[in-house]
Design a protein around this ligand. Structure first.
Ligand code: AMP
Length: 224
C-alpha cells in the first residue's frame, strides 16, 4: 500500500465589501493582523499601475479622474493576473468585483467561499463623513465627533465661521452612497444567491469587528 498524499490544502477565497466610511479599511487591517492572508485591493493595484505608468495605469487614469469604473475586461484581466501569483495563499479581495460581469469572470477561475459585507446604516456613515469642518484661514480641522469646536460652527481661536469641503457636504456624501448602493446591489444579490454572502451589521467598527473576527476564526487559524 502506497503512502497517501496529504489532503489538498483548503485556501480561503474571500471578498470584503462595504460603502465608503463603513470602516472597511480598519476591518481589513485587523483581519490582516489576526490571520495570515493576502489582501488584494483593486484601488491600490490601480494606483500602483498609475504611478508606474504601466499601459493599464495610463488607460485607468482617464476613468479614475472622471470618477468612472474601469471597463470590466481591463479590470478583470488585471486582477486575475495578479491573483495567479497568490494561488498558494489565503486571500481577501477588496474593491473587486464591483460588477456582476467581474464576479462571473472571477467565478470562472475560482470559487469564492465568503463575501464579508459591512452593513452600516447610511445615516451613521453620513454623520461620520460629514463631521469634518475646517477653518479656511488657518486650515485647522475639527471633527464634530472627536474634537468639536467649543462653539458650533466657529473656530476656537479666531471665532471665524467654519466651512465644509465639498466632499464632506451632506449632499455629496448622499450622492456617493447612493451611487455605491446602485453599483453594489447587483453584486451582493449575486453572492446572496450563491449562498456565500455574510453580512455584519452595526453602527461602529468596534461592534462589527468582533463578529467578523469570530466568523473568520471558524475558517482560518489565528496568527499567534
Ligand atoms: P477605490 O480605491 O476602490 O475607491 O478605487 C479607486 C478607483 O479605481 C475607482 O473609483 C474606480 O475608478 C477604479 N476601480 C477600483 N476597483 C475597480 C473595479 N473593481 N472595477 C472598476 N473600477 C475600479
Amino acid at each position: 500500500m502506497g503512502v497517501r498524499p496529504p489532503p489538498p490544502l483548503l485556501l480561503l477565497r474571500a471578498v470584503i465589501v462595504g460603502p465608503p466610511g463603513s470602516g472597511k479599511g480598519t476591518v481589513s487591517s485587523r483581519i490582516l493582523k489576526h490571520f495570515a492572508l493576502k489582501h488584494l485591493s483593486s484601488g491600490d493595484l490601480l494606483r500602483d499601475n498609475l504611478q508606474r505608468r504601466t499601459e493599464v495605469g495610463v488607460i485607468a487614469k482617464t476613468y479614475i479622474d472622471q470618477g468612472q469604473l474601469i471597463p470590466d475586461d481591463i479590470m478583470t484581466r488585471l486582477m486575475l493576473n495578479e491573483l495567479k501569483n497568490l494561488h498558494r495563499y489565503h486571500w481577501l479581495l477588496d474593491g473587486f468585483p464591483r460588477t456582476v460581469p467581474q464576479a462571473e469572470a472571477l467565478d470562472e477561475t475560482c470559487q469564492i467561499d465568503t463575501v464579508i459585507n459591512l452593513d452600516v446604516p447610511f445615516e451613521t456613515i453620513k454623520q461620520r463623513l460629514t463631521a469634518r469642518w475646517i477653518h479656511p484661514g488657518s486650515g485647522r480641522v475639527y471633527n464634530l465627533e472627536f474634537n468639536p469646536p467649543k462653539d458650533v460652527g466657529l473656530d476656537d481661536i479666531t471665532r471665524e465661521p467654519l466651512v465644509q469641503r465639498d466632499d464632506d457636504k451632506p449632499e455629496t456624501v448622499t450622492k456617493r452612497l447612493k451611487a455605491y448602493e446602485a453599483q453594489t446591489k447587483p453584486v451582493l444579490d449575486y453572492y446572496q444567491k450563491k449562498g456565500v454572502l455574510e453580512s455584519f451589521s452595526g453602527t461602529e467598527t468596534n461592534e462589527i469587528w468582533p463578529m467578523v473576527h469570530a466568523f473568520l476564526q471558524t475558517k482560518l487559524p489565528e496568527v499567534s
